[in-house]
Design a protein around this ligand. Structure first.
Ligand SMILES: Cc1ncc(COP(=O)(O)O)c(C=O)c1O
Length: 436
């Protein structure tokens, strides 16, 4: 090429949650029966969509209007429905104009970070859901600016770390919160959220709060919505969607709610640039927006969601009970969403450890995979676990963190199989650590 065509942030775009699938598929071809515990897609893990929900979608499919474009910000009646829900919580008040639909939150995330000035940074958690950290890093063409989620303190945000980064890095313009969190499964107490809002106010920053798992909490916890504590001074973007809750990830439908959008002229201009970007693209998917209010206000919706939540609660406790006493591993009970992150205690892993692999081709293939210079210790463990047992998890170090560990989903529907998977992991960790 006569001129460099690669974007400055291209190297920052990684998504190990799907990369690991390439490795899994390769080993599957060699005969390894793979249990896919890597991706947060309830449908892929066998979630049955209730017939009343399908009926609503079928009815909408019969309506010609659902085949057309929708308004740039999204269907007005649906935005009015969402605004009413936000306002009924009694906190900050918004109207339909403060809501913008996207083709899934993935689209919202790439626009929200993509239209930030290159030199303005949003501090993101570490470990971090990669779509956020990669998009933020790619927009800046630099490594993400991160604050610690502390595995020794329920994976809660380290407020001192946030304050220090803000103090010593004037480029920080915003703070990202994911609550409930992916990949840790933590649900933050109200006082921590209030403290983050105070830090934002004191330093004239805005907040991005990803609440896609908002209504999926358990073990007696509740995710306090940002709209109830944001007050009227700090500009914020709240992200929600239907991928996880309904669940309908294939619909590609999510939206942002803008709080205190007129509070700061620069923030207002920034939000307008995001709307204009959507306008250039025309609009987002029409069908899921059409059915959203009908599905969420259906008399059976809450019971259906509740039943799923009780299942995740059961999984979170079984997983915790099996892994909590494994030597060398640091785990916290998951209280929201459907992921668990386990971290290895520093110094537990090395590059000599392995697990027995019967099939010679699989053994050779893994030996090749782990021989590269940049294979982190947890990636090595994950490859051996996959090849030896068929359990496919994601290395924790691929979530923008130096911590070594793994993330696993709590989506397996078959209870016996779920218990079996976690017992296999526990036994494999022991064998792996003892192997060298
Ligand atoms: C915290 C978080 N935000 C956003 C998304 C993306 O959601 P969507 O399917 O709407 O793109 C995910 C998906 O796993 C997620 O975990």
């Amino acid at each position: 090429m006569r001129t460099d065509i690669v974007h400055i942030g291209a190297g920052e775009l990684t998504y190990e949650i799907r990369n690991i699938v390439n490795v899994g598929e390769k080993l599957q071809k060699l005969g390894v029966p793979v249990n896919w515990e890597n991706i947060g897609d309830p449908i892929a893990k066998g979630e049955d969509i209730p017939s009343w929900m399908k009926e609503i979608v079928v009815e909408a499919v019969r309506d010609n209007a659902t085949y057309g474009y929708s308004p740039t910000k999204g269907i007005l009646t649906t935005r009015e429905y969402i605004a009413e829900q936000v306002n009924s919580r009694g906190g900050t008040q918004i109207d339909s104009g403060d809501i913008i639909f996207f083709n899934g939150l993935g689209d919202a995330i790439s626009k929200v970070f993509g239209f930030l000035k290159r030199t303005a940074r949003v501090i993101v958690p570490t470990p971090s859901y990669t779509t956020h950290s990669s998009a933020e890093a790619a927009h800046a063409g630099d490594r993400p600016v991160t604050y610690i989620l502390d595995p020794n303190h329920y994976w809660y945000p380290d407020l001192e770390d946030i304050e220090n980064h803000i103090k010593y890095n004037p480029a920080v313009a915003g703070i990202l919160i994911i609550n409930p969190d992916n990949p840790t499964g933590a649900v933050y107490p109200e006082h921590i959220l209030r403290d983050i809002v105070k830090i934002a106010e004191k330093n004239d920053l805005f907040i991005i709060c990803d609440e896609v798992y908002q209504n999926m909490t358990y073990n007696g916890t509740r995710a306090v919505p940002l709209c109830t504590i944001i007050g009227d001074r700090v500009p914020a973007i709240c992200m929600r969607g239907i991928s996880k809750e309904m669940p309908w990830p294939g619909s590609r439908c999510g939206w942002i709610e803008v709080y205190n959008g007129h509070r700061d002229p620069m923030f207002e201009k920034y939000i307008n640039s995001i709307v204009n970007a959507k306008m250039v693209e025309v609009c987002s998917t029409t069908l899921p927006q059409t059915v959203l209010p009908r599905i969420q206000s259906h008399p059976e919706y809450h019971a259906y969601l509740e039943e799923r939540i009780r299942r995740y609660e059961w999984c979170s406790n079984v997983a915790y009970d099996i892994l909590k006493d494994v030597k060398g591993l640091l785990v916290n009970r998951t209280n929201g969403a459907f992921y668990m992150s386990a971290a290895f205690i520093n110094g537990t892993l090395n590059h000599r450890q392995s697990l027995p692999i019967e099939n010679e081709d699989v053994r050779k293939s893994v030996a090749e995979l782990v021989s590269g210079p940049d294979v982190s210790p947890d990636k090595r463990f994950v490859y051996y676990l996959l090849a030896s047992t068929g359990v496919c998890v994601v290395p924790l170090s691929s979530f923008a963190t130096d911590l070594q560990g793994f993330r696993i989903t709590l989506l397996e529907q078959d209870k016996e199989r779920f218990i079996g998977i976690f017992k296999t992991i526990a036994a494999s960790i022991k064998a792996y650590i003892e192997s060298a």
